[in-house]
Design a protein around this ligand. Structure first.
Ligand code: CTP
Ligand code: MG
Ligand code: K
Length: 170
């Protein structure tokens, strides 16, 4: 795959990365599950999934898409398409993140416990699925993102840990 198509793959997915990474800075406050428990007696999602993180992440990711439109309008066609795409990528990413936490709680993993695969790819697969109807990538580009995103995810989390934004480097 050419360098150019690698670039567009990253450019395409950027709102999802921003949406997924922002809650660590903008999150906090009331948890989405309202503190409620599932029938297994454990939390539905846990305290790590908050409304502020979710809404803030979707807003930041969508805003990133607007900025991207003004940098490369031709890639999106028009502004409404860019906004729709960025919103779906961001919403999809954070929805996938919630599904991941739901699965982790059912597996009896406490908040913040790492789940290799789920943590790095859940948000990405969900973002790609939500955005698919508006605009998608080639299968080669999707495979590229699936292979390389875990490294970006680990790098970003390590950076956030070093900055003191997170208590664990994952
Ligand atoms: N966060 C948030 N709201 C979200 C997602 C994340 O407020 N919807 C914040 C929380 O402070 C969370 C941090 O971002 O602790 C890091 O996110 P993540 O690693 O996804 O959550 P974990 O704390 O690891 O929780 P879980 O075990 O459920 O994945
Ligand atoms: Mg985590
Ligand atoms: K996560």
């Amino acid at each position: 795959m050419g360098l150019e198509s690698v670039f567009w793959a990253f450019w395409y997915i950027l709102p999802a990365y921003f949406a997924n990474a922002s809650p660590v800075l903008v999150g906090g406050g009331p948890p989405i599950d309202g503190g409620r428990k599932w029938r297994d007696g454990r939390r539905i999602l846990g305290d790590g999934k908050t409304w502020r993180g979710f809404i803030g992440g979707v807003a930041i990711g969508t805003l990133v898409g607007v900025v991207q439109y003004f940098i490369t309008p031709g890639f999106y066609g028009d502004l409404p398409t860019a906004v729709k795409l960025a919103f779906l990528l961001s919403f999809g990413a954070l929805f996938g993140d919630l599904v991941g936490s739901f699965i982790k709680r059912r597996a009896n993993l406490p908040r913040g416990a790492p789940a290799i695969g789920l943590d790095q790819l859940g948000f990405l697969i969900s973002a790609l699925a939500f955005a698919y109807p508006v605009k998608t990538l080639s299968s080669g580009q999707i495979i590229f993102l699936l292979v390389f995103s875990p490294f970006i995810h680990w790098g970003a989390n390590y950076f956030a840990y070093k900055m003191g934004w997170k208590s664990v480097p994952w």
